[in-house]
Design a protein around this ligand. Sequence first.
Ligand code: ADP
Ligand code: MG
Length: 355
Amino acid sequence: MFVEKYRPKKFSDIAGQKSALKELISWMNTWGTDKKACLLYGPPGNGKTTSVYVLADEMNLEIIEMNASDKRNAEAIEKIVGNASQTYSLDGRKRIIVLDEADNIYGSVDKGGVRTLAKIITETKVPIVLIANEHWNVSPSIREKCKMINYPKLRYTSIARVLKDIAKKEGINVSDSQIIDLAKNSEGNLRSAINDLENYREDIDKIGTLRDTKTSIFHAIAEVFKRRSCDVREVFWNMDKSPDEILLWIDENLPKVYEKEDLEGAYKMLSRADIYLARTKRRQQYKLWGYAMDLMSSGVSVARKGNFKFAKFSSPSYFTKLARTKAERTIRKDITQKISKKCHCSTRVAKQYLT
Ligand SMILES: Nc1ncnc2c1ncn2[C@@H]1O[C@H](COP(=O)(O)OP(=O)(O)O)[C@@H](O)[C@H]1O
Ligand SMILES: [Mg+2]
């Protein structure tokens, strides 16, 4: 995955966000004199999570990534926050606690969670970074305890620059105007722009090597369905397809081979794998990938109890559907943007008016 491969390693690799980074660094450098937590907020895919990791790297901090929606985790955070001996890691490095998706966690429903977090921030001996897309979804009692750091939407010119750089390094043959198109299309989300570029590359590759890739994925899913063994986990390891794509292939062909309880069991594995994939992306924890891959290969393979029934496999209808509905999706996007402009709401909210 390009987003992983080209994830910034140093501050200077991060596109835009100059003033946000300056604030973040100065907050960290003067920690203890002012607010004990900071809240990085802004639209997705513009470098919030990345900049915390870069900060930790450059300042040699140990990152403790936690999710406070879960009570056990909240207790674990309190422990780290309250106990001075735990403010340093075993190897003597300083720690920093990161709570990603703070807007989802501390919604208005979970009042107890909000109170706990407010208390944690008041008492903490460890710097805490909260990350959210929309800061007004974070409770005011939390916000007032945080230094607010805005990560504005990236300009398409900044996005284009990053894409061009990656295209050059990867030897992808893409014109400047195509880069600009990709950049504008991403609506400020560099993550999705980079993913688009990668898919675009795969599309070009497919034209050249359609037969090879087809036989290999067909062969791999046949192995999974046929062998009923945990060993099949290896069949996807050397495949040039992303886990998401492999999942779609299995999803498409599973009902042709499996029946009744077997099908139910296999889909359970697949939906688990899907959850892990989503988490991989959201939390950028790439080790979860391995679990997702195991679930969709070995998990699906051993879910079959009945006999193997041969079937003709096909490519995921999702791709053909995407191609077919492109015009419709473009119109939808246009309308959503207009609603959002006139009604002064986010496009996400505007989308709800449409459906
Ligand atoms: N400002 C940026 N400069 C360079 N790459 C970026 C930037 N923002 C996002 N990216 C790319 O997108 C990916 C996801 O970025 P991330 O920091 O997780 O976004 P978010 O703001 O949603 O936390 C990164 O791995 C990186 O490849
Ligand atoms: Mg993030």
